[in-house]
Design a protein around this ligand. Structure first.
Ligand code: FAD
Length: 413
């Protein structure tokens, strides 16, 4: 640790994606002294389809960023579709009952920066670009050594509460961060690119099904189409072997073109807007909610298969759930017993709100990565188009966040 005294806070938020910025904003509004540490300089691009479901826009309004983000977002999405082989099936999005007409895509450069700016305006202290390099716990407090890599500086921050909002891909010192795992053929790698001049209908979000992977397309801000996808490592290797000389992203697009006529049609006149981005492997499933004053939110807690485009919503909603739960306690009353009670409640509310979305995402990923089950699903949707709408509802597209904070603990389950 450095020789200078540690800076004291009520909570340290590690990571400023949508989950971290939301937690920092809401805890600051409740009067907590919050530090938020983000290693990347903003604005930064991110492997993400950028669709934000209708259920999350009221929360963005409550956070005070809804109007600003609407100004930068793509058109309202009212229909969901599946592009597989030669088929293109579409259906209306399920109604949310919250008066919002539909979800919209907004670039991660905008979303993450606008949320973070609001958190700072609410009083959070920002450390960016600083990386949490070491983590120690003892006597009810946690110490994070943060590092400014370019300047070679190190500072220690201390707090009884850590909000682990570091996502699910970066290795690091927190107990909630992933360990290195062996490379496997079944690893799912994420890719994303944006295009100008595509012809995707304005109100449509399309799910793309192709062997060994799945993806999505939607109109995002500034008249661009975003295409994001996940592909198994073995299918990526095979695509690269079939398309030598192309980058990994270009080989993935060629693979999608071979198996999805709808994508080829939409991008026939389009040109790329920036480089392909790649990341992963993704880690779908429930990971870790943390313990002893460490609370995981967003992808750090759990990662839904991106096929349902619910990760940003779960990130923002889980952070709101945690902030509401912690808000029942004053910042000063963060004794271990109070934190253990908060932990139990947060986990129960999390499972009640998000487990159905996690299950639906796993089911759809399995179904749409295999040609035979994709064909069966598409034929069924052609006969019964309402199946697509019901499927979107199961994936969380119409489900409002349930807080129930005042219920006794035993009633949360
Ligand atoms: C291909 C693909 C497409 C997707 N499409 C969609 C979609 O259309 N809609 C949707 O809702 N979701 C989508 N998602 C999921 C979505 O991107 C994630 O669920 C979301 O980004 C999670 O937000 P988060 O705040 O939990 O984490 P992140 O957004 O990953 O943010 C974590 C932050 O923590 C920082 N960090 C990490 N370690 C440290 C450290 N040690 N010190 C300081 N900072 C640190 C990182 O720099 C990062 O900024 C997609 C995902 C993929 C892979």
């Amino acid at each position: 640790m450095s020789a200078s005294p540690a800076l004291q806070y009520d909570a340290i938020v590690v990571g400023s994606g949508p989950s971290g910025a939301t937690a920092a904003l809401l805890l600051s509004r409740s009067g907590w002294r919050v530090a938020i540490v983000e290693k990347a300089a903003f604005p930064r691009r991110k492997v993400c389809g950028e669709f934000v479901s209708a259920t999350t826009w009221p929360l963005l309004d409550a956070l005070g960023v809804g109007d600003e983000l609407r100004g930068q977002a793509g058109p309202v999405v009212r229909r969901v579709g599946v592009f597989a082989r030669t088929s293109m099936v579409t259906a209306p999005m399920p109604a949310t009952g919250n008066g919002v007409e539909g979800g919209r895509a907004v670039s991660r450069e905008s979303l993450d920066a606008v949320l973070l700016c609001r958190a700072v305006a609410a009083g959070a202290t920002l450390w960016q670009p600083w990386t949490v390099a070491t983590f120690e716990s003892g006597a009810g407090r946690h110490a994070c050594t943060i590092e400014h890599r370019e300047r070679g500086e190190r500072i220690v921050l201390e707090a009884p509460v850590i909000v682990a909002a570091h996502g699910s891909w970066d290795r690091g010192p927190l107990p909630t961060q992933p360990l290195r795992s062996a490379v496997a053929a079944s690893d799912l790698l994420g890719f994303k690119a944006r295009f100008q001049g595509g012809t995707l209908e304005n109100d449509l979000m399309a799910l793309l099904a192709f062997p060994g992977g799945y993806g999505g397309m939607v109109n995002t801000g500034a008249a661009r189409v975003s295409l994001s996808c996940c592909i198994r490592r073995d299918h990526l290797d095979a695509a690269r072997a079939r398309h030598p000389g192309r980058t990994a992203g270009e080989a993935v697009l060629a693979h999608i073109f071979e198996h999805c006529d709808g994508v080829r049609a939409v991008l026939a006149t389009a040109s790329g807007d920036g480089q392909w981005l790649g990341a992963g492997p993704i880690r779908p499933g429930i990971h870790d909610f943390g313990r002893d004053g460490v609370f995981a939110v967003g992808n750090a807690a759990a990662e839904a298969h991106p096929i349902v485009a619910e990760g940003i919503s779960i990130a923002i909603q889980s952070a709101a759930l945690l902030a509401e739960t912690l808000g029942c306690f004053s910042a000063a009353a963060s004794a271990p017993v109070a934190l253990a009670v908060a932990h139990a409640r947060y986990q129960r509310l999390w499972r009640r709100n998000f487990t159905p979305r996690m299950r639906a995402s796993a089911l759809y990923a399995r179904m749409f990565m295999r040609p035979l089950s994709t064909r069966l699903a598409v034929v069924s949707m052609q006969v019964f188009p309402s199946m697509l709408r019901i499927g979107a509802a199961w994936s969380g597209k119409s489900r409002q966040l349930q807080l129930h904070l005042n219920a006794p603990l035993g009633d949360d389950a």
